[in-house]
Every structure is written in structure tokens, then in C-alpha cells.
Design a binder for this molecule. Structure first.
Ligand SMILES: C[S@@+](CC[C@H](N)C(=O)[O-])C[C@H]1O[C@@H](n2cnc3c(N)ncnc32)[C@H](O)[C@@H]1O
Length: 308
């Protein structure tokens, strides 16, 4: 097995994924972490696709980690990969085989059939108890993510996954090598479905907490991309800033990223106000800036922390 085969990468394409910002985030890790290469306790309360977690776990020794998100299907999928990677791989291989041998029209039919089934499972799935239904659901979520338009995960106000089919020639629905590596990378993690504020229970002196909350919309024309039924508005951003201060006072290292409203309005100093006393850096990233996915631009993002 070569090195590449041992490296776990995010297994989903996730809206707001932080692959773009990894180098900038790494530069702003606590000095001690960079010097020792050890993270005693890593906590990511808006884990999504987990770009920073997967990046750090291959370069640093993470002794304990808590990965949290309030999207119950995302968390279900993490738990399935951790516990039953081989059963999940078998389910995905079957889906991939069926998909790849079909023509374009039949692929679309398969996609919408799975999307309907995925949405109808919602009322019956028991999120509290691991079962074979979890494996099926996780395989559907990954399949839909790999074959939907733009690789988005978006749900409507009823909680239904509503992204149309994409047109890929040869999508990698089952990346078995990566799923096995992800399963190993998750072995020592605690995976928690909860509101971000639950992290209070786990954060102590010296914990590294990375917050990557849903973005504040950039402008009126930027699309609404919901990961969960409940939105994340200014009120929630303010509560998060309060929690960040509370954790900083506990002796935690708090690192946070967000979109920069000054991209749109130079006077909008919302985050400068709510994170007064923290270090706030503006860095450039290339990001999708409208709904059709075609328009990308260099915009400023914020990286905020409570230490030098
Ligand atoms: C910007 S994304 C994180 C992206 C992630 N850093 C990555 O690399 O893919 C924000 C995540 O926060 C989750 N989320 C939204 N509101 C939340 C809340 N109140 N508590 C916990 N997670 C929440 C969403 O489900 C989504 O996965």
C-alpha cells in the first residue's frame, strides 16, 4: 500500500467545504500544536465534510476528537463509515455497478428513484439505534452526493433532499480505498449529532475548537443553500461569538472561519464587532459566488482566533 492509499480525504462534497482555506488555517494553529505536532483534544462543532479534520489528522497526532453537526443524516453516515465500512462499500459497489451500466436517461430514472426512496425513509428511520437501514441510508446519501447536480447537499423546508440529477460520465460513487481510510481516521473520534453549543460539554483547557458555521449570505443574489431545516442567522452568529468567548475564557484555543461581509459592503463590520478582542485576519479564497456554479471569484474570508 503506498502513502496515498493511507490518506483519508473528505468522503462528500459539502457546501462551504474548507479545502480552499487549509493552508491559511494551518498557519493559524496554536504555536504549540505546530511545534509538537500533537493535538490533545480537537473539537469541530460544524464538521460538514470535515476538510480541516481530515487534513490535520494526516499531519498531526490527534489524541482525542469530537466531530459534531446537527445534520442527522450526515452524522448517521459518519457513524456508518466508522462502524461498518465493508457493508457500506458493498452497498455502494452495487449502486455504482447499476448506475454505470445505464444510459443517461436510465441513470436519471435511477437517481430520482433513489432520491424518492431516500426522502420517504425519513419518517421511518430510527436515528437513535444503529441498524441495517442506516447502511442503506448512508449509501443513498453518498450516491446522491456523487451523482447530483453540482454535488450539493441541499434540503427544503420539509427536510427533503431536493437537488436535481447531475450529468457525470464516470462518477466515483464508491471510493472504497478512501472509505476504509476514513473509517480508520474516525476510529478514535466521538461523532455527535447535536447543536454546536453541545461542544461546551467537551471543551477544556487547551482544547482546539474549530468553528466553521454556515456563511452569512454574501449578497442578495447568492443562493440559499440549506444543510438543515433551520437557518443560521445573525442572532445565531452572535450566540456563537458569545460561546467562543466563554470557551476562550476556559483556556481553549478557538479558531473560526466565516465569509467577510466587507466583500459586499465595506462598512459592514458585523464580525469585527461581535469578535472584538479576538484576532481577525482577512485572507483570499476562490469561491462560488452565484447559484449556477459557473461563476467563481476571489473573495475575502475571515479567519478569527483568540491567540497569537
Ligand atoms: C460551512 S458548513 C461546514 C463545512 C466544513 N467545514 C467542511 O469542510 O465541509 C456548516 C455545517 O454546519 C452544520 N450546522 C448548521 N447549523 C448547525 C448548528 N446549529 N449546530 C451544529 N451544526 C450546524 C451544517 O449541517 C453544515 O454541515
Amino acid at each position: 500500500m503506498n502513502d496515498k492509499e493511507n490518506i483519508a480525504r473528505p468522503f462528500l462534497k459539502w457546501v462551504g467545504g474548507k479545502t480552499q482555506l487549509l493552508n491559511e488555517l494551518e498557519k493559524r494553529l496554536p504555536d504549540k500544536t505546530r511545534k509538537t505536532g500533537v493535538i490533545e483534544c480537537y473539537i469541530e462543532p460544524f464538521v460538514g465534510g470535515g476538510a480541516l479534520f481530515f487534513y490535520l489528522q494526516k499531519k498531526y497526532k490527534i489524541r482525542k476528537a469530537y466531530l459534531i453537526d446537527n445534520n442527522q443524516d450526515l452524522i448517521l453516515t459518519y457513524k456508518v463509515i466508522k462502524k461498518e465500512p465493508e457493508k457500506l462499500i458493498a452497498a455502494l459497489e452495487k449502486l455504482q455497478e447499476d448506475y454505470l451500466r445505464k444510459n443517461r436517461i436510465d441513470r436519471q430514472k435511477q437517481y430520482y428513484h433513489i432520491r424518492d426512496e431516500y426522502n420517504s425513509q425519513m419518517g421511518t428511520i430510527n436515528y437513535r439505534q444503529f441498524s441495517s437501514a442506516w447502511i442503506k441510508r448512508a449509501s443513498y446519501l453518498i450516491m446522491l452526493n456523487k451523482t447530483c447536480f453540482n454535488g450539493l447537499f441541499r434540503i427544503n423546508s420539509k427536510g427533503e433532499f431536493n437537488v436535481p440529477a447531475g450529468k457525470y460520465k464516470n462518477p466515483m460513487i464508491c471510493d472504497s480505498g478512501n472509505l476504509r481510510n476514513v473509517s480508520k481516521a474516525l476510529a478514535k473520534t466521538h461523532i455527535v449529532c447535536a447543536d454546536y453549543s453541545k461542544c461546551r460539554d467537551f471543551v477544556g483547557m487547551g482544547s482546539l475548537v474549530y468553528f466553521d458555521p454556515p456563511y452569512r449570505p454574501i449578497n442578495n443574489t447568492s443562493c440559499f443553500t440549506a444543510y438543515t431545516k433551520d437557518g443560521f442567522y445573525d442572532e445565531e452568529q452572535v450566540s456563537l461569538a458569545k460561546l467562543s468567548k466563554e470557551l476562550a475564557d476556559k483556556g481553549a484555543f478557538v479558531l473560526l472561519s466565516n465569509s467577510d461581509p466587507t466583500n459586499e459592503n465595506a462598512e459592514d463590520n458585523f464580525f469585527d464587532r461581535i469578535y472584538r478582542g479576538f484576532n481577525i485576519k482577512r485572507v483570499l479564497a476562490s469561491r462560488m459566488i452565484n447559484c449556477n456554479g459557473a461563476k467563481r471569484g476571489q473573495i475575502k474570508e475571515l479567519i478569527i482566533n483568540n491567540y497569537q
